[in-house]
Design a protein around this ligand. Structure first.
Ligand SMILES: [Zn+2]
Ligand SMILES: [Zn+2]
Length: 169
């Protein structure tokens, strides 16, 4: 399978039992249909519903809507099928591409960088109120330590998914 962005051959990687294709050229990542959902479900178990609600409030402060990325990309699986793009979680400024035919999801390295900035923002805000958010912050840091040896940047992506579930529902 070839990268829809730069045309390099995609490398297959396993992440938490999920198959992901990673581009060695531009570091974009392709999730096969239904795999984003699996990652969301896994990370949803890390947090209680109350904690997810708390993080949701933090997200509203951090996220700023940005101009949509208008790049037109074809699905690497269906090839001639043009992917749709959308602002993840409505206001995150994180733009994902999704194939309307097979349901696979493409994410650019640049977009994953935005996700990392969101997680950094969480840590900053959560520290300001350690009594209220202390237990959440511990989980954030634990999760990050677990991810240190992961070659796949989708690990951060999946973590953010835990509080942005509404996209998958
Ligand atoms: Zn590429
Ligand atoms: Zn497709």
């Amino acid at each position: 399978m070839k990268c829809p962005r730069c045309g390099s051959g995609l490398n297959r990687v396993q992440y938490e039992g999920v198959r992901i294709e990673v581009c060695p050229g531009c570091q974009g990542e392709w999730l096969h249909p239904g795999e984003l959902q699996k990652i969301v479900e896994h990370h949803g178990k890390v947090f209680t519903p109350d904690e997810i609600a708390s993080l949701d409030a933090v997200n509203k402060e951090i996220f700023t809507a940005e101009k949509d990325d208008r790049d037109e990309l074809n699905c690497p699986c269906c090839q001639s099928m043009r992917m749709e793009h959308f602002n993840y979680g409505d206001t995150s400024g994180i733009i994902l591409h999704k194939c309307p035919e097979c349901g696979g999801v493409w994410t650019d390295k640049e977009q994953l960088g935005k996700v990392e900035r969101v997680v950094d923002g969480w840590k900053k805000r959560l520290r300001q109120d350690s009594k209220k958010y202390g237990s959440i912050l511990k989980k954030v840091e634990l999760k990050e330590r677990q991810n240190l040896d992961k070659a796949v940047s989708i690990s951060h992506f999946g973590f953010v998914n835990a509080v942005l579930r509404r996209f998958c529902e």
